[in-house]
Design a protein around this ligand. Structure first.
Ligand code: ZN
Length: 405
């Protein structure tokens, strides 16, 4: 009798072990300690698919060769419309993904009445977790800015940049700033303001080899190279890449508290605005190269790492086919192109004739309203499955990190 009571007591007092086991969560329901949030700016599903056709064709096989993130176990579809438009811009979409709120096109982390919204990067940072923001374009551009700044107009580059040193985020990497000294070049230099706020500003990867920087770190291209990083198709050997910056971010942020890194492939969008097919595909492959660094990290920390890859919107409305072009692409036709096309009218016909020859067509030089795909793997990734809105993403990231939204 006594024995039965003790067993009964034990049964009721044993702690609940393990919790739920969700598929795709990489070994139980641990919280996501290391989080990578990749945003391919303007990266539509058609561009990803075509890039996979291109990779297959390069290797002499028919069909598709999947990019690393296409193999992630969890996928979902994301609607991207903004508060005032069917077709979003990067500022409104960045705001949706950083704050969980819709706003009007052009506005950064502010609601339509210009009340400030709070980016999850700050919520994460306030929980004691280091934050890194990385982009191939300038850091005052809409997508990275949505994670650290609030401003009613995305074109207020200097006012946006002024908010970066104030963020206190532990790592920044990117193509510098549009106007580091303001439009008239008469204002305080952003790089100096960063140093005043305790950032070690490093220009060029070669200058980062001196060992681990303690405190806050910002990595830019070497002196003399300003603005966005070159397209992959135009790159010279010593140019800084998204992959380099991601490696540096992980090295700098890795520690017992985990980290949150937002990394943007910012020029997929630019190439797609130009309807420049080959440059777009090579940007996507380059984006996947950076994601590979995160994936290798995930393999070492599978229970505690979450990788999310998505896009803010589709750009260009690429059609995988063309009137009268038959049932096979002719992507070999794109081999003649060895550098990116500029967005000028002289290259427009050259671009169009290559697309025609390849059997492809683009419908716009702007963005489209197509849903984008969200790919994920690791701790809490099951949350990113199925159909969702872009405003759902930041909430689910914080759920996975067990931080209050
Ligand atoms: Zn765009």
């Amino acid at each position: 009798m006594k024995k039965a009571i003790i067993i009964l007591l034990l049964f009721f007092t044993l702690p609940v072990i393990g919790g739920s086991n969700n598929p795709g969560e990489g070994g139980g329901s641990k919280k996501a300690k290391y989080v990578f949030f990749f945003i391919g700016d303007g990266m539509g599903i058609q561009q990803v698919s075509l890039t996979e056709n291109y990779l297959a064709e390069q290797n002499g096989v028919n069909g598709r060769e999947l990019l690393n993130f296409s193999k992630f176990p969890v996928t979902g579809l994301v609607s991207t419309y903004s508060e005032n438009a069917d077709i979003t811009c990067s500022a409104a979409a960045g705001t949706a993904m950083s704050t969980g709120s819709k706003t009007n096109n052009g506005m950064l982390a502010m609601d339509t009445d210009t009340n400030r919204l709070t980016s999850i990067a700050y919520k994460i940072h306030n929980s004691g977790i280091p934050v890194g923001i990385v982009s191939t374009v300038t850091l005052d551009h809409a997508t990275p800015a949505a994670f650290y700044a609030n401003f009613p107009d995305r074109r207020g580059y200097y006012e946006i940049a002024l908010q970066l040193p104030e963020s206190g985020f532990e790592f920044f990497g990117g193509g510098g700033f549009v106007n580091p000294k303001g439009k008239e070049k008469d204002k305080a230099d952003i790089y100096s303001l960063m140093e005043e706020k305790g950032y070690t500003v490093v220009r060029g990867l070669n200058n980062l080899t001196a060992g681990k920087v303690s405190g806050k770190l910002a990595l830019f291209q070497e002196s003399g190279k300003e603005g966005d990083l070159p397209y992959a198709i135009d790159r010279r050997n010593d140019d800084l890449t998204l992959k380099d910056m991601l490696k540096a971010a992980i090295d700098h942020l890795y520690g017992k508290n985990g980290f949150f890194i937002m990394a943007e492939g910012g020029k997929i969008d630019w190439a797609a605005h130009n309807n420049d097919t080959k440059t777009t595909m090579l940007e996507i492959i380059d984006f996947a190269d950076a994601i590979e660094i995160a994936y290798q990290f995930y393999l070492e920390h599978p229970d505690e790492t979450l990788i999310i890859v998505t896009s803010d919107h589709d750009t260009g409305g690429l059609g995988l086919g063309r009137k009268g072009a038959g049932s096979n692409f002719k992507l070999k036709e794109l081999d003649v192109q060895v550098k990116s096309f500029a967005a000028d009218s002289t290259s427009e016909e050259a671009i169009e004739s290559l697309n025609r020859a390849a059997g492809l067509g683009w419908t716009t030089n702007g963005h489209t309203a197509s849903d984008v795909i969200i790919y994920s793997t690791g701790a809490g990734s099951y949350r990113f499955s199925g159909k969702m809105d872009n405003t759902d993403i930041p909430r689910r990231i914080l759920e996975a990190m067990k931080i209050k939204f």
